[in-house]
Design a binder for this molecule. Structure first.
Ligand SMILES: [Cu+2]
Length: 170
């Protein structure tokens, strides 16, 4: 392999690795606590491992989850004063204890990771008419961590390769 080809190969390794690893990175979504006593948006969907940050935009609020997690005493301070990382799938409801009665409530829906739920639709062509069969494949665990890990290894290998090419050159 000549030097150009090596650089190309290692660069491709890095890019392939990043493609595998990036989707696994945790995301953060933001919910605003508005001056007119709303959570905006009220319903947020995230994946396991993601975080939601609560941004006080005005008013006097707190965040109290049904499962007990909470921001602390209500405050009129502004900015991101509370954030929560979701490690399990499910629906997490929360309220502002000050304005719950007037509808300041919200919910975070946390979806399991480790593969999206695939729905396979197969139409069978028998004479008795069209039968449509829908099957849901449950999300599986292993590739949820193995693939990003593999991606990380590819990135490292690519970087190491580029460094070695440089060293050999000088
Ligand atoms: Cu409030």
């Amino acid at each position: 392999m000549n030097r150009r080809l090596r650089i190309l190969v290692f660069t491709l390794l890095i890019m392939a690795g990043m493609t595998l690893a990036l989707p696994a990175l945790a995301a953060t979504k933001s919910v605003k606590l508005t001056a007119d006593n709303q959570f905006s948006p009220g319903n947020v969907s995230v994946a396991v491992g993601d975080s939601v940050e609560f941004n006080w935009g005005g008013g006097f609020h707190d965040v109290v989850f049904a499962d007990g997690a909470k921001s602390g005493a209500p405050t009129a301070d502004t900015g991101v004063l509370y954030s929560r990382t979701f490690d399990t799938a499910g629906t997490f409801k929360y309220v502002c204890s000050v304005h719950e009665a007037s509808g300041m409530t919200g919910a975070i829906t946390v979806a399991a990771t480790g593969g999206t739920t695939a729905t396979t639709t197969a139409a069978t062509g028998d004479s008795s008419g069209d039968t449509t069969e829908t099957r849901s494949m449950p999300s599986t665990g292993p590739e949820g961590t193995v693939i990003p890990l593999l991606g990380g290894v590819l990135v490292m290998a690519g970087i190491a390769g580029l460094v070695i090419v440089r060293r050999l050159e000088s």
